[in-house]
Every structure is written in C-alpha cells, then in structure tokens.
Ligand binder design. Structure first.
Ligand SMILES: Nc1ncnc2c1ncn2[C@@H]1O[C@H](COP(=O)(O)OP(=O)(O)O)[C@@H](O)[C@H]1O
Ligand SMILES: [Mg+2]
Length: 425
C-alpha cells in the first residue's frame, strides 16, 4: 500500500476519530510501511478508547520492538538500497543502446506523444516563469477512450446532451449550472476523459493542475485561480478541468491555523464556481481527483461540483482497446491482446501502458543481444507481467474503508455497488 492510500485512510480517520477498527487497520498499514512511530501513536489512541483491546496491545508490542530495531539498523539499510543494481528499468539508456547497435531503431520504438493527441495545438497560459494552465483544442473524443461504457453514457446524459441542446434542456428544467467531479483510482483515464469531453463539444480545453499551481505559486493561488477562470471565460466555449482538485480542496475543517491561505483558496474557488451561472458564459467546469473524500464538502453542494462520476479501472474490453492502442505503433509478432486483457484485471490504463513499454524494452534488449530487431512477442509480455502489479488495488482498499465507514449521505453509492459486485464489501 502506498503513502497516498494511507493518507486517504488517515483523512477518513480524521472524520471518524472514534472508529476503532479503522484506526487499528491504519496502524497495521503504517507498520507495514515501516512507519512504526506513527503506528504507535494510533495504537495508543485506540487503547485510550478501549484499554483491553488485546489485538492492539499485541500490535503495540510488535511495533515498539520494530521501532527500536529500526533505530539500530536504519542507516545501513538505507545504504544497501543505493547500489548500482537499484537502477529502475525505466532508466534504460536508449541513446547508448542505439549507438551500440550501430544503427538507429525503427520508428515503432519511438515514444507516443504524451496524450496520444499529436494534432492538438497547445498554448501555455500566462504567468511568469511557467504556465498556470494548458489550453488546446483536443481532437480526441469519447470514442478514443477504451471501454467505460457506463461512464460515457452518463457523461452523455448529464453533460454532453444538455450542453448541445441548451434550449431543450432548459425547457425540461435541467439546469446547466454546476460541474462534474470525476473520481477514481489513478491512471484510469480521468484526465483523458475530460479531454475527450472537450473534443466532443469542439470546445477549447484548459487544464489547471492544482498541485502544480501550489508548488509554483504558494501564497498567490487566489489570484491565480481567478486568472484561470477569467482566461477560461475568454476562451469560451471551453471546458476547464480542475485536475487533482483534492490539493486545493483539502477539508477546511482539517486545516490548522497556519493554512489560512489554503482556506482562502477554497473560498476563492467557491466564489468562482458560484459566479459561473450568473455570467452564463459557455464555460463548463470539470474536476478530477483520486481522493474525493478529502474534498471540502462545500465544493460539492448544488450548483458547484454537484455530480460525481466514478471512473473505474478498465473492464476487459476496455483493456483490450487500450492494449491495442499501445501496441499499434510498435513491431509485434503473435500478440494475443485478448489473453493479456484476461490476465490484467485491476490494471489501470497507465499500468497497461507500462506492460507494453516494458515488453518493448525486453524486445529491445533481445535485439541488442542478437544484433537484429526482434518484434515484441507474448514471451516478452509474459516477462513484463511478472514484474508489474496493478496499481489500483491500494486505492480500492482505501475506497472500501471510506464506503464502509463514511457513506452516510450516499455520495458513494456508485462505488458501493462496484465494491459489492466485486465482493469487497
Ligand atoms: N479508458 C482508457 N482508454 C484509453 N486510454 C486510457 C484509459 N485509461 C487510461 N488510459 C491511458 O492511461 C493514461 C493515464 O490516464 P489519465 O487520464 O492520466 O489517468 P487519471 O487522470 O485517471 O490518473 C492516459 O494518458 C491514457 O493513455
Ligand atoms: Mg489525472
């Protein structure tokens, strides 16, 4: 389980401080992650509620022992991970490899454009020393998004159709106010889907990634947020994606006094969202997050980001489509996409891409050894699959806890149904 998933659970815990099973669970995960000191704090909190909890006492003893061990061997452990063998496969030096091979490799090995949308023309937003946002006119459409048929249907009904036919929508009383929040595990196509929505509408697409804005412009975020919304209005009709919105929308209630600027940023975002309707300006706001449970609920009220749409890991047909897409630009021989799709349940779109690039890397190594170009075969794919685990599982675990302990108002019914269908609840 990665740090982000643990963070998600910690956030859930902040809302449910008295939930003993959840806290014990968090403590266990912290122990697994080697964060023994934090685990001990949580276990002590559990004991404050339930002094005779045997499981907790046992865990506490183990964690304390592990902590003192960590103190003794911690430094030498760190050194040992630093050897030359620790170089990740992704750092493979293609240029050197090409030189050694004596000629450059055929085009199929060349990397894809970042978003698979090479015709799009990008312009960067204003702002000294870097872009505040990216704007372009995407040519990808929903047809380019593999699978996810339910999500597409709902996007069509709740967003695209009313937007294409504003008069009809108004007549039926369907408000065009408000934005849509896409949520789900990382790498499953939220950002990609938002681009496709803009592509469908022939609208400009602007992305403002909240984490970037914070990294670069701490303290100026209110002004920048306003600037982004203004620029989006000027570019109308436009779809504005507020990506990784949990960064800005971390619950106001969990912020300490030092984070006053963050609170102001949330308030500014509320202001911008509320003023959207009044100007009726052809600006449509989408937001995306991996951690909807961290979002200030004020942002989710009617007229704001009031509809949540779950973007799940690709199902089997979607996996086939994604795999095909990534193989299409590479030399392959005897690749059985159906078979790979059947073996990659829970893999995200990004994981599948990783499988293909990693198989390509293995074919490349073999080419180097043999001195001639070897196409990617199932053997390479099988090798790659040995090393790659689906990255969505820790997210699903976090989601499970949130739904189990925090779905009182029904916001996560869609997720609840999915987890039940998978027998995770
Ligand atoms: N359903 C999908 N169909 C096609 N490609 C996908 C799909 N899901 C993910 N991908 C691929 O994975 C990449 C990462 O997806 P992204 O939209 O950035 O994920 P997220 O925003 O949910 O973290 C995309 O650029 C795309 O190439
Ligand atoms: Mg994204």
């Amino acid at each position: 389980m990665n740090a982000a998933a643990i963070d998600g659970l910690l956030a859930a815990l902040e809302r449910l401080p008295d939930n003993v099973p959840l806290r014990i669970n968090v403590a266990k995960l912290l122990v697994q992650a080697g964060r023994h000191a934090e685990a001990i704090d949580h276990l002590n909190l559990v004991l404050a509620i339930d002094a005779n909890n045997v499981e907790t006492i046992t865990l506490l003893i183990d964690a304390s022992a592990a902590l003192s061990m960590q103190g003794q061997v911690g430094e030498s452990n760190l050194e040992s991970t630093d050897g030359p063998s620790a170089q990740p496969a992704g750092d493979f030096d293609w240029h050197r490899a090409e030189k050694e091979l004596g000629h450059s490799l055929p085009a199929p090995f060349v990397e894809d454009a970042p978003d698979g949308d090479p015709q799009a023309i990008s312009v960067n937003g204003e702002g000294a020393g870097g872009a505040l946002f990216d704007i372009d006119r995407p040519v990808v459409t929903l047809a380019d998004v593999g699978g996810l048929e339910d999500v597409k249907t709902r996007l069509n009904e709740s967003f695209l159709e009313p937007m294409r036919n504003p008069e009809v929508a108004r007549a039926f009383g369907k408000s065009l106010r408000g934005g849509l929040l896409l949520y789900g595990p990382p790498g499953c196509g939220k950002t990609f889907m938002a681009r496709a929505v803009a592509g469908e509408l022939g609208a400009s697409f602007m992305t403002a990634t909240m984490t970037d804005i914070f990294d670069k412009y701490i303290g100026e975020t209110e002004k920048n947020l306003h600037g982004i919304f203004q620029a989006a209005r000027r570019a109308a009709p436009a779809v504005l994606l507020l990506d990784e919105i949990d960064a800005v929308a971390t619950k106001r209630s969990t912020l300490s006094g030092g984070a006053a600027w963050m609170r102001q940023t949330v308030n500014q975002m509320l202001l911008e969202l509320d003023s959207m309707d009044a100007r009726n300006d052809g600006l449509f706001v989408l937001a995306a997050t991996n951690h909807p449970w961290d979002i200030d609920t004020a942002l989710l009220r009617p007229g704001r980001l009031d509809r949540m749409l779950l973007v799940l890991p690709p199902d089997r047909p979607a996996r086939e489509a994604i795999l095909k897409h990534h193989f299409s630009s590479r030399p392959i021989a005897g690749i059985d996409v159906k078979k790979i799709a059947a073996r990659t349940e829970d893999f995200s779109g990004a994981d599948l891409e990783h499988v293909v690039t990693s198989a390509a890397e293995k074919a490349m190594m073999e080419s180097l050894r043999k001195g001639s170009v070897q196409a990617i075969s199932m053997a390479h794919v099988n090798e790659a699959l040995k090393d790659i685990r689906p990255s969505t599982q820790s997210w699903l675990q976090t989601a499970r806890n949130v739904v189990e302990f925090g779905n009182a108002n029904g916001s996560y019914d869609e997720l609840d149904r999915y987890l039940r269908a998978r027998k995770m609840l």
